[in-house]
Design a protein around this ligand. Structure first.
Ligand code: PXG
Length: 455
């Protein structure tokens, strides 16, 4: 624990010198940052000594939990041996090669090649460029339009932010770029009306077909979507959705990009969200759980039917960053994958612990504020509502989600709010006792939120 003078100093420096992501600066200045100083397992500590259970695994990424000595050791050894070398001039480093081979091993059948990046945003920008390049190589240069979904999150680069379907991320920056289109998402709770979820899933998939026909299939390059929409509010599609999307992409020769940045590396109880939903994508961006957040590293996995075209072109693939396949990041990612495998974390969410998580959260559905509980593996959302039967949310100005989030924080739980959905995505190592801790603290925060609403 640090003394309050230190905390005050950090807050001041932070406010004076550090521009935070996704932040209204005057709001943060008025309040001051919470300074996180250490972490172990599923818990983090702030500079004032508060112990907080991290129901979000950082930002949906610390899959193996905090405090892994093995990962620190691997980074240390690699830094001593070779802290950096690039992959540009027909060179490679051992960790980048070993990691690529390991990923090819655990990726679905037919994915044997990948390209590195340092963030999910970069991975998705790489995908946008590679897809355009692919269709050029295929002699279909008009096939350039991208379709993705509202509330889809794919990053902040020019291409990846254009894929992202959030208006507040577009308007201030004059985005999206031309040739990026958004369709509705399979959010039954908000959009399903009187349809049952399965009927609605087909309707939502139909929006893709309608958009492809509107643009002309000969102009549509790819459809990009997360198996479960994470940052959009943990939107778990009805079971009818993905099979229909798959059929449509195939029928119109539109590439299917499954964004595995959150769903990958065990979140849904399989290595890949695509496996959980039986999706056969052409391309997959990977990040977050790839290194469990211990190093910034991402990758794009190309199915052979795409990679073979790119790899046999005689034209230079003029794309890539200084830290492509960074040896320290790659070594850490490789060790992280070994830990996941050894401890069975890639399937843990599909086993008893996932069932326990589901049970404990489903109990919260009885709370007067909770209109729906959605769970898949170890990712979940609780929708807070004014009227359960009509699935009616509170007026936005009541800021119900934010209120609940603050009560969670104050009681030692990180549970993120997205609109009025409270979302969870804890480390995959979580124990039953820790799930109890989350459920208990969440229930208390819900009570306090209700009390505020009634006041
Ligand atoms: N795809 C998906 C599905 C993501 O969730 C990205 C791409 C971009 O990754 P990078 O590494 O560039 O951030 C993400 C990132 C939130 C939040 O508030 C979610 C993300 C990032 C930051 C905040 O839930 N997801």
């Amino acid at each position: 624990m640090h003394n309050s003078a230190e905390t005050r100093r950090w807050r001041e420096l932070d406010s004076r010198h550090h521009l935070h992501p996704f932040t209204v600066f005057p709001e943060l200045d008025a309040k001051g940052s919470r300074i996180i100083t250490r972490a172990e397992g599923c818990h983090i500590w702030d500079s004032e000594g508060n112990r907080i259970i991290d129901g979000m695994a950082g930002l949906w990424c610390v899959n193996v939990g905090y405090g892994r000595e093995r990962l620190a050791r691997v980074a240390y050894e690699q830094m001593k041996e070779l802290p950096y070398y690039n992959a540009f001039f027909q060179t490679a480093t051992v960790p980048s090669v070993e990691l690529a081979a390991k990923l090819a091993d655990i990726l679905p059948e037919g994915f044997s090649r990948l390209f590195y990046a340092s963030s999910g945003s970069e991975a998705n920008d790489t995908i946008v460029k590679s897809v355009w390049y692919y269709w050029n190589l295929m002699g279909k240069p008009e096939k350039k339009h991208f379709i993705s979904r509202t509330l889809g999150y794919h990053g902040v680069g020019l291409g990846s932010a254009s894929l992202t379907g959030m208006r507040f991320m577009h308007e201030p920056f004059d985005l999206p770029l031309p040739r990026f289109h958004h369709i509705g998402n399979p959010y039954w709770f908000a959009e399903g009306g009187d349809l049952d979820p399965d009927a609605f899933g087909k309707v939502a998939a139909g929006w893709l077909e309608a958009k492809i026909l509107e643009l002309g299939p000969e102009n549509v390059a790819a459809f990009v979507a997360e198996p479960i929409q994470g940052a959009g509010g943990v939107i778990i599609p009805p079971s009818t959705y993905w099979p229909e999307v798959q059929r449509i992409c195939k029928e119109y020769d539109v590439l299917l990009v499954a964004d595995e940045v959150i769903c990958g590396f065990g979140r849904t109880g399989n290595w890949w969200g695509s496996s959980t939903f039986d999706i056969a994508p052409d391309i997959m961006p990977l990040a977050k759980g790839l290194s469990s957040g211990y190093q910034p590293i991402a990758a794009v996995a190309f199915h052979d039917r795409i990679a073979d075209v790119l790899a046999s072109s005689g034209i230079e693939y003029a794309h890539g960053v200084t830290y492509h396949g960074h040896p320290v990041a790659a070594a850490v990612a490789l060790e992280n994958i070994r830990i996941i495998e050894e401890e069975g974390l890639h399937t843990r969410a599909a086993g008893p612990i996932g069932a326990y998580f589901r049970d404990r959260l489903t109990n919260l559905a009885e709370h007067p504020l909770v209109g729906e509980v959605r769970v898949s593996g170890l990712i979940a959302s609780l929708e807070l509502v004014q009227d359960k039967a009509r699935r009616q949310t509170w007026p936005a100005e009541r800021k119900v989600g934010l209120t609940c989030r603050e009560h969670c924080f104050a009681s030692g739980l990180v549970m993120r709010s997205i609109r009025d959905g409270m979302v969870l995505s804890p480390p995959l190592i979580i124990s039953e006792a820790e799930i109890d801790e989350i459920a208990l603290k969440a229930a208390r925060a819900l009570d306090l939120t209700l009390r505020d609403l009634e006041a």
